[in-house]
Design a protein around this ligand. Structure first.
Ligand SMILES: [Zn+2]
Length: 185
């Protein structure tokens, strides 16, 4: 309990304060080099049709000199997005009710560090990231979930006491939760 009391931040952190600016892909209008636009649902944010643009792999940089001014204004005005803790919290709500879920939800609300959130071949996730031998709570079902799936998502959350493992089945089933003491790391 002591560790939890110490870890409870009184720094104003919350899902509301931790929301992040919306991010957009970058694109260029064909035949008009030198100006980056933000990519929206139907083309550029500033209204140029998707037929006329070439998309880039990098993100639109609102501060960059070559960025379209109209896109900059519209990107800045776009609604903010939930932080990683809030997005994971949303998924963990679907896990089986219990102490483990309650503790993980609480620590995510306090801004616990999401060390990793990836998806891929479940066998690789189990071998490289899950560290099942260090888990003291829920290891069996988590191993089973990873062992029986071809691909899955995996998230690691750390607070001052625990290292939580979240297995997110690809088919959208219930997440499996496990944890072990952090000081074994
Ligand atoms: Zn634009």
């Amino acid at each position: 309990m002591l560790a939890r009391m110490i870890s409870a931040p009184d720094n104003g952190w919350s899902f509301a304060t931790a929301r992040e600016p919306a991010r957009f892909g970058a694109c260029q209008v064909n035949g008009v080099p030198g100006v980056d636009h933000a990519t929206g649902a139907r083309g550029t944010l500033c209204g140029i049709s998707a037929r006329c643009i070439t998309r880039y792999l990098h993100l639109f940089q609102p501060d960059a000199l070559q960025s379209c001014r109209r896109c900059r204004r519209l990107a800045a005005a776009a609604p903010t997005q939930p932080c990683v803790q809030e997005r994971l919290h949303e998924r963990v709500l679907n896990a089986a009710p219990g102490r483990l879920r309650d503790d993980l939800l609480a620590t995510l609300r306090e801004g616990a560090k999401v060390r990793l959130w990836i998806s891929g071949p479940a066998a690789d996730l189990m071998k490289d990231y899950a560290k099942l031998d260090r888990l003291t709570d829920g290891a069996g079902p988590a191993a089973e979930a990873l062992g029986s799936a071809a691909t899955a998502g995996l998230a690691l959350v750390e607070d001052t006491r625990w290292r939580f493992l979240v297995v997110l089945p690809d088919a959208g089933g219930h997440p499996l939760l496990a944890r072990g003491p952090i000081d074994l790391d």
